[in-house]
Design a protein around this ligand. Sequence first.
Ligand code: ADP
Length: 190
Amino acid sequence: MINLVLFGPPGSGKGTQAHKLVKKYHLIHISTGDLFRHEIGSQTPLGIQAKAFIAKGELVPDEVTIGMLRNKVEAHPGAKGFIFDGFPRTIPQAEALDRLLAEKETAVSGLIALQVDDEEIVKRIKLRGETSGRADDSNESIIRNRIDVYKSETAPVFDYYVQQGKGHSVDGIGSVAQIFERLSAVIDRL
Ligand code: ADP
């Protein structure tokens, strides 16, 4: 199995690249942000719980997120592998992912971080907010809070995988096609 973690700050292009990578490598794409938005749209208890955190630009609590992720992985028993997009975002989530994959006698193959600076992120998310309908994309102070949360809670996940010899990064500035080439080059060497 190939299990990839696509990593990087909000608005770094993870979702765009994940959609292209699943086609090339025949993997299952799991985006926790998309899963939460689906639950919110369906007004499920999980969605109602998650909505308050997402609206403020905070992380949804680990136990909620990990449970949802596990259900999604277990819904695809025959998968060739997964692309995790937006997960893990905390060290406990990374530890839970490692345990879950170990139960399935597999592991994270590699984590690839898309590197994009803060001002570019704010610019991209504001632009996305004009059409995405996402409340968390339309307010600069919420966007900046998401960047702060990324730095304090999520960035340590990169070091966690570096310690396992699995951390990689690519320049996230350029055309969609250029960044796709950079990611593919890393994946082909995993
Ligand atoms: P972006 O990468 O643009 O911030 P996402 O769609 O990945 O957007 O996530 C939107 C929001 O959903 C996050 O700001 C956070 O509140 C919540 N979320 C997504 N994934 C996780 C996660 N793994 N743990 C906790 N909260 C999450």
